[in-house]
Ligand binder design. Sequence first.
Ligand SMILES: *Cc1c(COP(=O)(O)O)cnc(C)c1O
Length: 363
Amino acid sequence: MNKTHLVINKKALRANYELIRSKLNDDCRVIGVVKANAYGTDAISVAQQLINFGVEHLAVAYIDEGIQLRNAGISKPILVFYPQIDNFKALIDHQLTPSIYSFTALAAFKDVVTKAGRAAFPVHIKVNTGMNRLGFEISELKELSKRLEDKVLNVYGVFSHFAASGTPAHRDFTRYQIDRFQQAVNHFKQDFSSDILFHLSNSSGILSYPEAAFNAVRAGIALYGYGNHPQEDRQLQPVAELFAPIIQLRTVHAGDSVGYERAFMAKKTCRIATLSIGYADGIGRIYGKGCAIVKVNGKSAPTCGNICMDTMMVDVSGVDCEEGDMVKVFGNDHSATSFDAYQQSIAYELITRISDRVPRILK
Ligand SMILES: *Cc1c(COP(=O)(O)O)cnc(C)c1O
């Protein structure tokens, strides 16, 4: 491949999945999170791979993402984290499982289920344990039980979300969230059944709080090869590898400038490579002016001047390279975290932003 592309590395995906599994009891289910096009890769092929590995449950952010998987023939249960009330009918038609996080959403969903002539429709109940984003308060669960008595809905899952499971400074807070969730679990076991999927942990929860696994976990970023600190990262393998070709090489001299706004001014003679990738492909302007590093034939090259829409320039002085060479923007031995030289963002943001314009290749 001699043009800009993103490789999805199947072996890395499998290795990350196996690592996650090794942290869990055999009866703990892994919910594979494939929202945002499987963290910027390709939702359909990643979902199919995960199913091949034995994953029984998937999760997406939006109803449309779930529909896309259904249209590709995927029939496993799919949890939708952020369903929109005005789209509930489509969710039911595609047998997706919504997160129900408020009395408003509950009433609206029950209404649509009843009108569709359905009953005991499976849902995951979202409980707020401290993230303060979405979910029922623990104090609301009694009332919630009452409103679920009519069996229009079936409590298939109960879950909550960590605010800072990747931040060691907030260990006590994370433990408090685990305690709160345990209270919710007790409530649902008593009022409903113990045959419910209880899930709290995201990737960093899986890696750092094995005691919080309950009977299911939601694995996102770790599947794609990123943890919360270098030690975790070393055990995981980046799945997405982004490549772009050098489309021109030139020498600039002291006093010459490079790119828009003349943001780079050469102080001495340098060799500049123009790559066929820019902010429209997902490499944000914050990565210009030396704030990111790419690998050219194994050697580091910093960005030079401002990132353009379709191109960016890198300084390849002293690097052996030619026009047509493929440059690794980020990938297995040069993670998105090392690309982001000053840690201005997080791997999540970098990898999910690679735009549709970049072809995906499953390898
Ligand atoms: C995105 C998301 C996850 C996955 O989190 P990771 O940190 O990527 O593992 C889990 N749960 C919810 C509710 C999410 O929105």
